[in-house]
Design a protein around this ligand. Sequence first.
Ligand SMILES: [Fe+2]
Length: 356
Amino acid sequence: MKSGGHVLFVDDDPEIRRFYEDAVADEGYEISTAPTAEDAARLVREKPPDTIILDLEMPGMGGVEFCRLLKAGKETLSIPVVVVSGHGEREARLAALGAGADEFITKPVTAGELRLRIRNMLKLKAYTDRLAKEQEILDGMVRDRTKELQQTVQQLEKARLETIFRLSRAAEYKDEGTGAHIRRISFYCEILGRHLGFEEAELRVLTHSAPLHDLGKIGIPDAILLKPGKLTEDEFEIMKTHTTLGAEILAGSDDPYLKAGSVIALNHHERWDGKGYPNGISGEDIPLHGRIVAVADVFDALTSKRPYKDPMPFEQAVSVICEGSGSQFDARITGAFSGGLGEFERIYRTVRNDAQ
Ligand SMILES: [Fe+2]
């Protein structure tokens, strides 16, 4: 007795079917027989065999057509098919091979040859099945690993953005402990970016790097940073250096957020008319991100409480920004500001400091 396997014999001649069954009776196979290709198709659907011995000339669907059907089906593609043809059926044999038949036997078939062919086909099928199973396991592993990798990348991105946000908070912590200012700046910049037609990727860089604008305050002495009154001229000169300090801290990074943060730190106090600091550059010489954060930052400063001033009412702050269009601010950005006023007001009213 050989180890199992399911063999299907398809032939319209009952004598031949009986001969086949007798020939493999001692091989230990599960055997099915079908007198037509139509019957065979039904048997294959019910329980796919491990190999098929197929007559070419049958009433109804011929062997070539049945073979083509089997090889076109995803479930039946890997079942080895041996076609049995007469001496005068060279064309049909070639057609069957063309339709995907794996092997052929020429009539008259001997029991010994039949057994050998079936054994070979079952070996082929077992090998194909094992390969398919291993491939399935490999595919599953690749899917799992890809998912894990995606999760890791997402976690890393989250940690990276959180680190940037916490770095921004560290700089703000002494004069504004709640982090509300940098959150509002981020939201305001997002509104401006959207109204300027930024794409999602550009928006992401802008909104996550804008909170870094005042990072350089980390290097400003407390006596100046926390002074309740107006700064003297000398103190203000020192205060101005928070722009270059912040840019230096962030300089030289390949990270798009930190790169943009460096540009924003340096340029967020420049003015469209060239009367800003630290470099007094004007117009489009000021990087776009700097011009955007300038509007968001001034608007937030006007509407926020400081030790030396009360917050300006929303409408009044809006007027100040609009009046600065073309002088302090880029008119394109103030245009985006006007377009997004409703959204600005919502952020202004909902993202508040605990102290206010
Ligand atoms: Fe600043």
